[in-house]
Design a protein around this ligand. Structure first.
Ligand code: NAD
Ligand code: ZN
Length: 350
């Protein structure tokens, strides 16, 4: 079968022929419906090298694609309760499955991560940019009758903002609250939709691309372009109080600094983008009790909640579909900033 392979650090992926996998004990073989292209993959193949902190768990070569959905094709030994053809979302992170963190469905923060040979499906272990994918049965979240192809981005571009927003909910509860979304790509656009669906906050959004801001406006955000006067304009939209919860899906120094300048007293800044920007903090540099934190992906339980929002029509990722033969083009377009919405590779055309 065809698969998009990460072959080496600082090397663009290749489309190769590999063996169709078979499910081991406790695993399920999925016929892939959709595999989203995430900007983190671009970091993996363009920026990282063997010295990167988690590089030992992402040793090439493997199949990319950590944002997947598919139909049950075959189950491995000991797996029951699945019907061939049923559609599922894949929870990507794979922890030991039995520590305290994994037991609460948070494999991202597995206590035994140091003993794990990989991070997730598509990050150290074969992912979904292929015709078929093997995952632990425990990592499957049912989609029912909902379209699994458009759902694929939910497993990262949906789950990651959802987790960040859920942890910030205490800041957004009540009337007159504001949220700011910086970076309106795959994750940021879904973040706007989630904020609109589960909070009453006014959503402010910004990006360097006018077409990305136009899409956020269609989803109910008020947009503010970058450049001079941006901080003042955002503060004005909050009645001078500042933003209660800022979500930065870029993570460079200038975006984090903008977040620090607009956040309210007792507000919260969540850095989700992994660009690695460094900023300074001192007692007087941030408003009192403003939190600055980062989040990584989300929990299995939260993916069930994201799937529910999608099945209820409350969120819907904007998807651009690519055939398997054009899968590398999806990464080129993402790398070159030419996408609006999420690129999803669809290996089996209807
Ligand atoms: P994307 O390429 O689809 O979107 C990025 C968006 O940011 C684009 O619309 C781009 O125009 C905009 N942008 C770039 N620089 C900007 C700036 N200076 N100011 C305002 N907007 C700017 O990327 P994505 O797949 O949505 O991923 C976003 C980030 O989140 C990436 O860094 C990715 O690696 C990271 N990520 C983190 C996690 C996590 O768990 N923390 C999970 C997935 C992705
Ligand atoms: Zn664990």
């Amino acid at each position: 079968m065809k698969a998009v392979r990460f072959t080496n650090w600082k090397t663009f992926p290749e489309l190769k022929d590999v063996e169709k996998p078979t499910p081991g004990p406790g695993e399920v073989l999925l016929k892939v419906a959709g595999a989203g292209a995430c900007h983190s993959d671009v970091a993996v193949f363009s920026d990282y090298d063997a010295d990167f902190p988690v590089a030992s768990m992402m040793q090439p070569e493997f199949t990319l694609g950590h944002e997947n959905s598919g139909w049950v094709e075959e189950v491995g030994e000991g797996v029951t309760g699945f019907t061939k053809g049923d559609a599922y979302l894949v929870y990507g992170p794979i922890g030991c499955g039995h520590c305290a963190a994994c037991s609460r469905g948070q494999d991202t923060y597995c206590d035994n991560v140091a003993t794990m040979p990989y991070l997730a499906s598509g990050l150290g272990r074969d992912g979904g940019m292929a015709e078929y994918l093997v995952v632990p049965a425990r990592n499957l979240v049912p989609l029912g009758e909902a379209d699994p192809i458009d759902a694929a981005p939910l497993s990262d571009a949906g789950l990651t903002p959802y987790h960040a927003i859920k942890l910030a909910l205490p800041k957004l509860a009540g009337g007159g609250k504001t949220a700011l979304v910086i970076g309106l790509g795959g994750l940021g656009q879904v973040a706007v939709q989630i904020l609109r669906a589960i909070t009453g906050a006014t959503v402010i959004a910004t990006d360097t691309k006018p077409e990305a801001m136009a899409e956020a406006e269609r989803n109910g955000a008020v947009t503010v372009p970058g450049g001079g006067g941006q901080v003042e304009r955002i503060r004005e939209l909050t009645g001078g109080k500042g933003v209660d919860a800022v979500f930065d899906f870029v993570g460079v120094k200038p975006t984090i600094e903008t977040a620090q300048q607009v956040v309210a007293r007792r507000g919260r800044i969540t850095i989700v983008g992994i660009a690695g920007g460094e900023v300074s903090w001192s007692f007087y540099s941030n408003p009192y009790e403003a939190e600055l934190t980062n989040t990584y992906w989300g929990t299995i339980e939260e993916l069930y909640e994201v799937a529910e929002l999608y099945r209820n029509g409350q969120i819907k990722p904007e998807v651009k579909r690519y055939a398997m033969a054009d899968a590398l083009q999806a990464y080129h377009d993402l790398h070159d900033g030419k996408l609006s919405g999420r690129a999803v590779v669809v290996p089996h055309q209807a």
